[in-house]
Write a protein that binds this ligand. Structure first.
Ligand code: HEM
Length: 384
């Protein structure tokens, strides 16, 4: 398992927000030695505690981690009070989260460990520190442990998600090659058959399914890509992005003969959103609306306007044709649910996910007279 770089900047941000600065360290300084002297005791108590829980006992005993685990936890406790959150300590803390994921240790047990550590520290404070100083020391120690819980949780989420993402990306990558080979071979075979013959039609069907698979792989990459980095919001011009999305949909053989006249209301033509996410949302929304529209007499209207909550811009896309049933909304937004024979089932889930990570909202309702009304609300640009 390759390792994700430790997000030192983010960890320093947590430190700053918890005000674990020089002042906090100074407040702790006179009492530091008391904690350091109890490191080994902490290691022993910690292991005793978790040997009392069936699942963690199994992990500890099967891996033959005793007595090393006592030392590991004792060293962690020592470093917590010795190292003042140096870069080395942050790395070490982060990597303990990675180690726990590899051990298949449920994060709730780790959190329980931190609750136990907190009780241990509070007990030390009440036994060893003068009463008038106790509150101030406990206040700093609590923030230190809160920080460790944050780092451990962050590390756990990042590492577990990274495993899932690697798996999905690996599958998509492995499937892409056979798809290309199958497509090429079938095309060659098809050329040897008479257009309109049963064999030609059968090859045509295989090619279409193959294309669907190819699109699905592209959509899967887009879907997993949405988890990779934090969205970076910028002021985006909706007119420009809609034009881009329109070109993309036309390239996919849709909307060629449809009227295209987006109506951008004055003052509602910009949003505050990650540009890549916005492009993906508009491409998939237009593609979806165009595919579902009545193929004989297609209608696709796009307009912007205010959102009732006042801080967002609402983009409305209306089409005719198939009407989604309200009770199917959850299905429509779940991956791989598609009512269209050639759909990948990822278009709307991608939009939904991208909207959510940009603090937007997505809804889909039946349009009176047939078709659907899709509303995407995104944050308005900040007022200068
Ligand atoms: C306060 C919560 C916890 C902290 C601060 C903590 C800290 C650590 C650290 C610093 C390491 C060493 C990482 C490395 O050097 O790669 C580690 C490893 C380990 N932890 Fe935890 N841990 C916690 C909770 C738990 C719990 C609840 C268990 C329960 C079984 C556990 C089991 C282990 C095991 C088995 C190892 C590997 C030890 C070895 O390789 O010898 N930890 N932990």
């Amino acid at each position: 398992m390759n390792q994700e770089p430790v997000p030192i900047e983010r960890l320093n941000f947590f430190l700053e927000k918890l005000e674990l600065d020089d002042r906090a360290q100074e407040r702790l300084a006179p009492w530091r030695q008391i904690f350091l002297e109890h490191s080994e005791e902490f290691g022993r108590e910690f292991c005793g505690y978790f040997l009392g829980i069936a699942r963690t006992k199994q992990i500890i005993e099967q891996g033959e981690y005793l007595p090393n685990l006592e030392k590991v936890l004792g060293s962690w406790f020592h470093a917590l009070f010795k190292e003042e959150f140096s870069a080395g300590f942050l790395n070490y803390l982060w990597n303990s989260g990675v180690r726990h994921v590899r051990l298949n240790l449920d994060q709730r047990f780790v959190n329980l460990g931190y609750a136990m550590a907190r009780q241990f520290c509070h007990r030390l404070v009440s036994q060893e520190i003068p009463v008038e100083e106790q509150e101030a020391v406990i206040e700093v120690v609590d923030r230190m442990l809160d920080f460790c819980v944050l780092v451990a949780t962050d590390s756990f989420i990042t590492t577990t998600f990274r495993c899932d993402r690697r798996m999905i990306e690996g599958i998509a990558h492995q499937v892409r090659n056979p798809i290309t080979i199958i497509g090429g071979s079938i095309r060659r075979l098809q050329k040897k058959t008479e257009p309109g013959s049963p064999a030609y039609i059968a090859y045509e069907m295989v090619l279409k399914e193959n294309e669907r698979l190819e699109r699905m792989m592209g959509d899967i990459s887009m879907y997993t890509g949405l988890f990779q980095e934090e969205p970076l919001a910028k002021v985006c011009d909706l007119g420009e992005f809609l034009a881009l999305a329109h070109r993309w949909v036309v390239q996919r053989g849709l909307m060629e003969d449809m009227a295209w006249q987006p109506e951008l209301a004055p003052g509602y033509d910009k949003v505050y959103c990650d540009p890549q996410d916005l492009e993906a949302m508009l491409c998939y929304l237009l593609e979806n609306a165009a595919e579902a529209a009545d193929q004989q007499d297609p209608l696709l209207e796009v307009a912007t306007g205010p959102d009732p909550d006042g801080h967002r811009v609402k983009l409305t896309i209306r089409n005719n044709g198939n009407t989604p049933e309200p009770m199917h909304m959850d299905d429509i937004l779940s991956p791989f649910h598609s009512s269209k024979p050639m759909g990948t089932g990822l278009g709307l889930p991608i939009v939904f996910l991208a909207a959510r990570r940009n603090l937007g909202r997505l809804s889909l309702d039946p349009r009176p007279g047939g078709g659907a009304v899709c509303r995407l609300s995104l944050p308005a640009p900040p007022v200068e």
